[in-house]
Design a protein around this ligand. Sequence first.
Ligand code: BMA
Length: 331
Amino acid sequence: MAKIIGEALPNIPWEEKPAGCKDVMWRYSANPIIRRDEQKNSNSIFNSAAVPFGDGYAGVFRCDDRARRMNLFAGFSKDGIHWEIEDEPLVFEGDGIPEEILKVQYRYDARVLKCEDRYFICWCNGYHGPTIGLGYTYDFKKFYQLENAFLPYNRNGVLFPRKLNGKYVMLSRPSDTGHTAFGDIYLSESPDLVYWGRHRYVMGTSPFEESAWQTTKIGPGPAPIETDEGWLLFYHGVLTSCNGYVYSFGAALLDLEDPTKVLYRSRPYLISPQMDYECVGDVPNVTFPCAALTDAETGRIAIYYGCADTVTGLAFTKLDEVLDWLKKNSL
Ligand code: BMA
């Protein structure tokens, strides 16, 4: 049996696979768990991240307001399903950065992860175009911001939950100023969370004859999950259909020592937009994962994903099941 290297999480949000379901990943029956208007001024709440915190959970939520401004908000939950999201956006204090970097243009699609003694937050940060913002908190009350990790333009920065060979490691998807029509996953490392370099290609889009859901662009989803067989990465992939972009997600297994080596990568998707709340919304046909909770004891995995850029859903799988599927269905 493969093992998640991490902590037990007995109260992980969970629902058993419905009888007769043949899928490797299944949706929570009460999806969406977060409605579009659950926060004071929100137009939509999606592409958000959650982590175990205290005896419950904390998260960083993307709430676009009714002026359609994109910003990040802290939220708290006892069970990982019912959330209280704050009315005011995150305020970061600079950690060695000038006012210019602290200024908020727009912030979206946060990932949150525990690394060493703190919770890191990576997000898409407006700085003359999208780049990767980076900050941390100890308590989800006070937040500290570091330098942007990269030059514009980049989206989907995702830090690993621990250093590798003494360096912090981040996956990202270099992009452009608009609704980028390309995108591969790269890995960069840093000795100090300020200077990022040694950029390496990890994986790119696939030929459509091979696997069409990931032909236009791909990008990292939740922070990689450490297992004894490798880093389990859930990633999104985009197909350009005659009706626009379709965002699905699948999984890959990266080498534990050298995560630029892709051991397996899924040919089929795990989740694609099929339910009404995934197909209908501000941006139709989007399923976009940003967080994963894991229970090392049972191998349970719960994924938070944005649905149609409007609401937030939960989906479940188990480590053994997803690895077995990945190995049998690899590109
Ligand atoms: C991506 C990001 C995501 C969004 C997706 C679909 O480029 O902007 O926030 O969910 O497009 O609109």
